[in-house]
Structure formats: C-alpha cells, structure tokens
Design a protein around this ligand. Structure first.
Ligand code: IMP
Length: 424
C-alpha cells in the first residue's frame, strides 16, 4: 500500500477525523502537517466521542505512531489538555506521540493579537477561531517565531521570549492601547509546559525520513480544507497554512514523492465557519435544517456553521489543485428527507456564467450560483453498507457529483460510527 494524504476539499469540517481514524488501522504512521488547535476532528470510536485538535486521529489505534509535524503550530495548553483527556479515556499517549522540534509554538500574545485584530478589523474581520494561529504563522514567516526545540532549552527560550514579549507589548500599546503582558510568569509557565512535552519531542523530520526509507506506511493528515489554504484558498478568508495536499511535504519534511495517493474528503453538502464567500449558502429554513440534522456547530468554537448546497465548481477546483485520486463523500444521511437537493454548477457574474473557480473573492462575493436540482429520498440510509442498498435517487446523486467533479467517490459515510460506511 502506498502512502496516503487525506485532505479536506471544502472549507474544513468535511469529516476527515473519522476517515483518518478508520484508515489508520492500515498505516504505521499518521502525520499531521499544518494548522493548530483551530482544527477540531470529531471521531466516534466504540461508542465514545473524541474531539481532537492537535493530536492526529490515529492516536485511537494501538501500534500507530502519531507525529505532529514541523508545519503545525502548537499551543502547549491545548496539547497538554488533549493528552490528559485522552489518558482519562484510557488511551495510551506515550512513545506513540512524536512532536516536531521544528514546529512553532503558540504563546498568549499570539492569541491576544488574534483577538485584537479580529475585534478591530471591521469589514476585514476573518472570523478566526482566535487560537492565535495567524499571528503564530506570521512570526514564523517573519523569522522571530519560537520553535518547540527552543522550548527545550531554557536559555534559548528565555532569550527569544524576552525579545518577543517586549516587541509584542510595544505593538499592543501602540495599535490597541492594551496593557503590557508580563514576561516572568509566561516564561515560568512555558518552562513547565516544556517539561511535560519533552518526552514526546523528537527530530520528526529524521524520524519520518527513516520511517519512509524503511517502507513504513505513512498517512498524512490535513486539517481545515483546500479552500482555507493560504495559497490556493479563498484569500484572505483562509487559515494561515497550506491546508491542501501541497502542505504535506513541507509540513513533515518528507519529499513530495513520499506523499503518495491523495484522498479528498467532501461532505454531500457544504459548510463554512467564519467570514468569506460561500456562493451556494442557504440562509433559509433549508440551511437551518442542514445545520440541525448535520450537527453543524464548530468542534473547536461551537459556532453555528453556515450551510449550503454542494458546490461542484469549487469542488472541481479543490480536487484538481490537490490532485485527488479518489473522494470520500461524508454525511450523505443528512440529506435524507429533503425533497429537492441542489448542486451549484456555475456562478453568474456580470452577465457571464463562470464554470471555473476564480482567484478573487470579490467576484465570488458578487456572484449568483447556478444550481441544478436533484430528486431526494426518504428512506433511512444509515444501515446501508453497499452502494446497491442505497435508494436509486441517492445513487444518482452520488454519480452526478462524481461526474461534475471528475473524481471517483470510493466510499460514502452514512453516519457517525466507524462502521457507518458504504464501500464501492
Ligand atoms: P484561524 O485558522 O483561526 O486563523 O481562522 C481562519 C479561518 O479558518 C476562519 O474562517 C475559521 O473559521 C476557519 N477555520 C480554521 N480552522 C478550521 C477548521 O478546523 N474547520 C473549519 N474552519 C476552520
């Protein structure tokens, strides 16, 4: 079996956690390559629900090495809390978790900056998760960030943190009139976190390079989705990392050819949290129905997700830029009982119909979606396990999506539980 990269093809929340959890049984290593505690992967295993933010979903499988790669930004508070919660559920977290010494660390000033930028942003508001992700990646790009490796060395941490706190305090005061943050308690706190993280901290680039050389099977786990990718997503309404398949190599230190096949995950409809264009959004009762039935509330922030129809134009683009070899369609069961299901197939803008996804958000924001309607079904599909068991109209819906996107749908999720999958 070749290595595999799992990537969300929409604006996140496609149900990747469940798929990684299911597939991880066949892999030796699961490596997370970008994002931070802004992600929320919900997995239901053995009737228990887990929400993972930083730790790869493979942690629920014994014998699976979970790696938090160099492309991830790590908030030690969230990480250590997650480790404790998993242990509280009897899940072993020890040698099976490796944290990259090259990953950048989220500090309280990143979260504060995120909050202040959002609150003062006016029309520029992104609707971030306020987990400090953007400001942490900003520091990484500005070459002033503090990495996990720095955290392991008291003198380095002290030196770098002192400079950062002083700089951030100047910014806080000048831009927002905010009182300064104290350096000493922050240093003490992070030194304590460092000791708790130390057993897991490794040179994961070396670890993964060796695993690859030994032919170990590696699953790359993306967080968020292609449309939130900093380069190919709906900029500036994006998260600040390469959430697409392109990030898998740079975010783990493995060569692009190690990434292997790409499995794109998409919901049978579409959701988005935060601001930004969403051409097929439903702001009516149908949107509310999707939200209620699909439990569409943010796994990290609890915010209600915006809901709408499957957008084939966006999907075709996302599948192409991530090189999806196959797709998994999730939450098909949520559409049960909807008489007419819509699918976005074009965007009307300035008297033209676009069938290709544009680069600029202004064009998307001003467009009207062109939707095709499909007959729904009323039968409960949650117990279906083979394609033939699905109602005819559900099969037709799936086949139409495949044709519109141009990528095969290999499996379909019809419920929360691990076993609620239709395989083809
Ligand atoms: P940030 O990642 O917190 O900076 O947020 C930037 C944008 O990405 C906001 O619209 C968030 O709602 C969105 N976002 C970040 N992480 C996720 C996720 O895991 N699922 C869905 N949306 C996300």
């Amino acid at each position: 079996m070749s290595n595999l990269c799992i990537v969300g093809l929409q604006w996140g929340d496609e149900g990747k956690g469940k798929i990684v959890d299911t597939l991880s049984a066949g892999f030796d290593v699961v490596a997370r390559y970008q994002g931070g505690s802004n992600a929320g992967h919900t997995v239901v295993a053995d009737g228990r629900k887990f929400v993972l933010h930083l730790i790869p979903s493979g942690i629920l499988r014994a014998n699976c090495l979970c790696v938090i790669g160099n492309g991830v930004v790590i908030d030690p508070v969230a990480l250590l809390q997650e480790i404790e919660e998993l242990r509280g559920h009897g899940i072993a977290v020890g040698e099976n978790l490796a944290i990259s010494d090259r990953a950048h660390v989220v500090f309280p000033y990143h979260k504060e900056m995120d909050r202040l930028q959002e609150e003062s942003g006016g029309s520029g508001k992104i609707g971030t998760t306020q987990r400090g992700i953007g400001p942490c990646y900003t520091d990484k790009a500005a070459r002033v960030g503090i990495r996990v490796g720095d955290l392991m060395d008291r003198a380095t941490l002290e030196r770098k943190l002192r400079v950062n706190v002083a700089q951030k305090n100047r910014l806080f005061e000048a831009l927002y009139g905010r009182a300064p943050m104290s350096f000493d308690p922050m240093l003490a706190q992070y030194l304590e976190y460092a000791e708790r993280m130390r057993p897991h901290v490794k040179d994961t680039v070396d670890l993964l390079t060796q695993a690859y050389a030994e032919g170990k099977r590696i699953l790359f786990e993306g967080a968020q989705g292609v449309m939130l990718d900093i380069d190919v997503g709906t900029y500036p309404y994006i998260s600040s990392s390469n959430a697409g398949a392109g990030g898998a190599a740079s975010g783990t230190g493995l060569p692009p050819k190690a990434v292997g096949r790409v499995l794109g995950i998409t919901k049978a409809y579409c959701t988005r949290v935060g601001q930004g264009p969403f051409p097929t959004e439903l702001t009516d009762a149908l949107g509310d129905q999707l939200r209620q039935r699909g439990g569409e509330y943010g796994a990290t922030t609890g915010r209600p997700r915006r809901c709408g129809w499957f957008d084939a134009v966006a999907l075709r683009y996302a599948a192409a830029v991530s090189g999806a070899d196959e797709m998994v369609l999730t939450k098909l069961d949520v559409l049960t009982g909807i008489e007419k299901i819509g699918v976005g197939v074009g965007y009307r803008v300035g008297g033209r119909t676009l069938e290709r996804f544009p680069a600029g958000v202004d064009m998307l924001e001003g467009c009207t979606p062109v939707c095709r309607e499909f007959a729904g079904w009323t039968e409960d599909i949650s117990a279906c396990r083979s394609f033939g068991e699905l109602p005819r109209t559900a099969r037709e819906y799936v086949e139409t999506l495949e044709k519109l996107v141009g990528v095969r749908i290999g499996s379909i999720s019809v419920g929360n539980a691990r076993e609620a999958m239709v395989r083809r």
